[in-house]
Design a protein around this ligand. Structure first.
Ligand code: SF4
Ligand code: SF4
Length: 370
């Protein structure tokens, strides 16, 4: 097949079902999920996944991200789909970890599956109501996963330095078993509808001050060439990601945001598919936008109509956080953006940006000054 109008879907979120064994207070899906997802696998999804994989560059596999609700409650579906598609797909899971069993860990490891555990550190009881790492048995099972990641939500109950310190403690234990560290990620809380005010009431100056400290720490340790010590891993890894985003935006790009659709790619090069073959603009909503039997043009038109990124650009293009935030989430409306979404993004990103800018000026001064 030629490359003309080639559709390149690199990831498919497989939405296994809405059931969950926890009730996290900031769950994005609470306001957005209004209908139950189908639970029976329509065999036609396999042909669809195979077609998506065929359109990738030779040798590349399609990424299937298992998603819920809570994916481990649908382990039978995970097993069946993985076994049937592993020749042309690779798979990963995002889970709260509560339902993990020995059998699951063995399965994930057999398929070299990255497994990301959603966990917020020391105050997790206040955000998620359950601490999966406080349960000795579950902790042991989770630490046995060969490709383990941790992902937290920054909120009024979980600030960057605490999260990174708590991730570090787990990573240190993990390192003793595997000889390498866990993957880490921190998302910022956001309101897609009716999230509790208490969780959204983030102390912005605290975030700014912690992020400034992290930026300076990064500069000292990474850019000035000091040896990386294991104890600094989570802090450096967190800022590494931010530094990478900045570099892609300014050094590899031209310092302007050109996309007129959401930068997370959901609905476009990231598809959101349920087991029956329905497609969604994002895996966190239950509003269908099409099916795998629709023609691509009709489908794409609907996705574009539901995406406000272009409209938001009148504000975003002048925002100093654009290199990191890239227009934000298409599901967050203008009101929620004004009421705190943008404030939090800026509190996280701008202090780091200021540190990198200062570093850039110093380097330029060194070069110009000989
Ligand atoms: S912080 Fe707000 S204004 Fe700035 S890029 Fe993100 S969504 Fe746009
Ligand atoms: S549209 Fe993108 S940024 Fe927004 S919730 Fe979905 S995946 Fe996340």
């Amino acid at each position: 097949m030629g490359k003309f109008l080639k559709r390149t879907v690199h990831t498919v979120f497989l939405m296994l079902g809405n059931s969950c064994n926890m009730n996290c207070r900031y769950c994005l899906q609470h306001p957005l999920v209004t209908a139950q997802l189908p639970s029976k696998i329509n065999p036609e999804i396999y042909d669809f996944l195979k077609d998506c994989a065929k359109e990738l560059t030779e040798g590349q596999k399609l990424h299937i991200q298992f998603y819920g609700g809570e994916p481990l409650l649908y382990f039978d579906a995970i097993r069946e789909i993985t076994e049937r598609t592993h020749a042309y797909c690779w798979h990963s899971v995002i889970t709260n970890g509560k339902a993990v069993t020995k059998e699951m860990v063995a399965f994930f490891n057999a398929y070299k599956m990255p497994v990301t555990i959603s966990w917020d550190g020391r105050n997790v009881m206040e955000t998620r109501g359950y601490d999966v790492f406080a349960d000795k048995e579950k902790r042991k099972l989770l630490l046995g996963i060969e490709k383990l990641g941790l992902s937290a939500v920054l909120s009024s109950k979980a600030y960057p330095l605490d999260i990174l310190e708590d991730f570090q403690a787990i990573s240190d234990d993990y390192y003793k078993i595997h000889g390498y560290q866990v993957g880490i990620n921190i998302d910022e809380i956001f309101n897609t509808g009716d999230l509790p005010e208490e969780l959204l009431a983030v102390d912005y100056p605290r975030v700014e001050s912690e992020m400034l400290g992290l930026g300076k720490f990064y500069l000292e340790k990474r850019l000035n060439g000091s040896r990386t010590e294991l104890k600094d891993y989570t802090k450096l890894s967190y800022v590494d990601r931010l530094f990478g985003m900045l570099k892609r935006f300014y050094a590899d790009g031209d310092g302007r945001f050109h996309k007129h659709y959401c930068s997370c790619g959901n609905g476009y090069d990231v598809l959101n598919l349920d087991l029956e073959g329905n497609l969604y603009p994002c895996h966190n909503t239950s509003s269908k936008i099409g099916t795998i039997t629709d023609d691509y043009f009709t489908y794409l038109n609907k996705v574009l109509c539901s995406d406000n990124t272009k409209v938001n650009m009148s504000v975003c293009s002048d925002c100093p956080a654009i290199a990191f935030c890239r227009g934000g989430c298409k599901l967050v409306n203008a009101e929620a953006r004004r009421e705190g979404y943008c404030r939090l993004k800026q509190a996280v990103f701008l202090p780091v940006l200021s540190v990198f800018e200062e570093y850039g000026r110093r380097m330029a001064g060194d070069v110009n000054g000989g």
